[in-house]
Design a protein around this ligand. Structure first.
Ligand code: PBG
Length: 415
């Protein structure tokens, strides 16, 4: 039985707070508004479109479901208001702040903007780009293509970049000396970007792994990664990058004391304005696999557990954060991102420096794979993920989705 328009009007005018539900999901509403044509005044019938808030006419009389009424009995779960409407007496109703898009926007606690992103770019010496199979949509760029990518991202408001080079095997040594060749690929790329986009922020990775014939972030002796010797090389690398015009150097090696040493090296050479974004809590993570595919930088032996942090440890991240802050880091990074949101929050609450989260290659690959299978909606899941970094306490997000996310935000009129 259907309501006529007249009946709906009659019902609406007979009830001071008539409420018309124009539902797009009939099933949800109809499950608790089953029509009872026998006992009910036609003006009071429940339909899919109009819910009688008294809820007196929901069930067939005598049916099992009719035997329990939440507003009745010795200990009613619900009560009734002055208008005989079922009522859960409560003053606070958090849903009021969610009632429409404008209200939600007004009370929103966090906003992600393209200016929060750092866009990692893989570069190589070749003339053509090479796709990275485990990171669909990402490529190793020729320097020309890198410039194009930078320009497109810049146009969308992504103005900060970090460069990761794939280096020819012939140039790799244990001491990683190519890392501070002023004519190496990274210094050249930095100069190109800064020439064309002087207002951009170019970050460089400070670590030996792309230049190491051992596939490690440091100098190796007898199967051990040497701390202080490595820092000697990192200081040279950082100064070389600063000379090329890097705005931010980002030590990702996890040697002890490298932030302070790099700060002193930069300052001694006159680069007091070059910032240090420290990979403060960088974990020995399986999520870096696709990145190592991209740069052909898998460890030559063993793993990175003697320098990168144990994923089991959270307190240790606070120790690293305290040291990096004291040594002069400007920004602290947690890496990977999504599985380490608790670490991001702990650093945010325990330091006064901006926090960066690295949404790493394996996290990117997981989203891509699920989306390729049609199991997740890529845009929704990516924008949610980036927002979650913000909510967890990240001010800065390194993500391979930077350009794409900025494009989505623009398409949605959010910018
Ligand atoms: C190396 C470095 C790595 C990443 C950034 N810098 C890999 C590693 O430590 O083995 C990983 C980034 C990613 O997975 O997206 N210094």
């Amino acid at each position: 039985m259907k309501f006529t328009t007249a009946a709906i009007l009659l019902f609406a005018s007979s009830c001071t707070s008539a409420f018309v539900v124009t539902n797009s999901n009939k099933n949800v509403v109809s499950s608790f508004s089953r029509l009872n044509a026998i006992t009910v005044d036609p003006n009071k019938q429940q339909t899919d479109d109009v819910i009688d808030r008294s809820m007196r006419f929901v069930d067939e009389p005598g049916s099992d479901s009719a035997s329990f009424q939440p507003t009745e009995g010795e200990r009613p779960a619900l009560t009734r208001n002055n208008n005989d409407q079922v009522w859960v007496p409560q003053r606070a109703r958090p849903r009021r702040n969610r009632k429409n898009a404008a209200m939600r926007a007004m009370v929103r606690e966090n906003i992600v903007l393209p200016s929060n992103f750092i866009y990692p770019l893989f570069i190589h010496e070749e003339d053509e780009n090479v796709a990275i199979p485990s990171m669909p949509g990402c490529e190793r760029h020729s320097l020309d293509s890198m410039m194009k990518e930078v320009g497109e991202a810049y146009e969308l408001g992504v103005k900060t970049f970090v460069l990761f080079p794939k280096v020819d095997d012939a140039l790799k040594t244990n001491l990683g000396v190519e890392a501070y060749n002023p004519e190496g690929i990274v210094p050249r790329a930095v100069r190109m970007i800064k020439d064309a986009f002087p207002e951009s922020i170019v970050c460089t990775d400070v670590a030996l792994d792309p230049y190491s014939n051992q596939g490690h972030d440091g100098v190796v002796e007898d199967g051990k990664i040497l701390n202080d010797v490595t820092i000697n090389q990192l200081c040279k690398q950082a100064v070389c990058q600063a000379k090329a015009g890097a705005d931010v150097v980002a030590p990702s090696d996890m040697m002890d004391g490298r932030v302070g040493a790099i700060r002193d090296a930069l300052d001694a050479e006159g680069f007091t304005d070059v910032s240090i974004l420290s990979y403060t809590a960088k974990y020995a993570s399986a999520y870096y696999g696709p990145f190592r595919d991209a740069l052909d930088s898998h460890p030559g032996f063993g793993d990175k557990k003697t320098y990168q942090q144990d994923p089991a440890n959270g307190e240790e991240a606070l120790l690293e954060a305290a040291l990096d802050s004291a040594e002069g880091a400007d920004m602290l990074m947690v890496k990977p991102g999504m599985p380490y949101l608790d670490v991001i929050r702990r650093l945010k609450d325990n330091t006064n420096l901006p926090i960066a989260a690295y949404h790493v290659s394996g996290e990117y690959a997981m989203i891509k794979a699920a989306c390729e299978k049609g199991w997740l909606n890529e845009k929704d899941v990516v924008l949610e993920t980036l927002m979650c970094f913000k909510r967890a306490g990240a001010d800065i997000i390194l993500t391979y989705y930077a350009k794409q996310a900025a494009q989505w935000m623009k398409d949605d009129g959010l910018l």
